[in-house]
Design a protein around this ligand. Sequence first.
Ligand code: GRF
Length: 216
Amino acid sequence: MTPVPVAVLVSGGGTNLQALLDALRDSAARVARVVASGADAGALERARRAGVPTAVLAHPDDPDEVVTASGGARLVVLAGYLKRIPPAAVARLRWRVINIHPALLPAFGGPGMYGSRVHQAVLASGVALTGATVHYVDEEYDRGPIIAQWPVPVRPGDTPETLAARVLAVEHRLLPQVVMELARLGVPEKPVRLAASGSAFVVADQPSVRVGESRG
Ligand code: GRF
């Protein structure tokens, strides 16, 4: 089976991109191009080292430029991409754009909720469980249908840095698994929800984890 071409959109250092580059070798998907919101994104160097074509958006709010930059990829993955995808681009790529967020959405998401701000808000709220979420991208930040979640307990004494590090480690496992499963399914033209099954994520027959519930 020809691997499904994936375009990865980045703004930062690219550790999630690296996790995809490492995990997708010989899988149902391959990173076909990396698109950055700015030339200073450290992730671009990771792409170049891996021999993956790169592009830098001049106008991230231009729907035509965003769609063209994704180069006809079957799946578009936002991995630490901080710009909003223009609604016209979302409409043209419906159910083919996914994002990873370092919290259990719908909590701790939305405009301005990125990086350490998320973990600061989690700690300030006193919740016992946070985690990572992969969801479809729609016209609003962090609001699209959830595909899969992976919970991470908040520990006594956690700082935004220690919590971010544990959640990021989970992100690096969750995102490649979701991409491989969507590719294996042929990137369905309708929303799917995945749930953990052993060490993989498969199509769920019941909703994935809800905020506040433990897996126990
Ligand atoms: C990750 O925590 C991701 O969830 C968030 O931005 C961070 C990016 O990290 N959207 P990296 O650039 O992949 O290292």
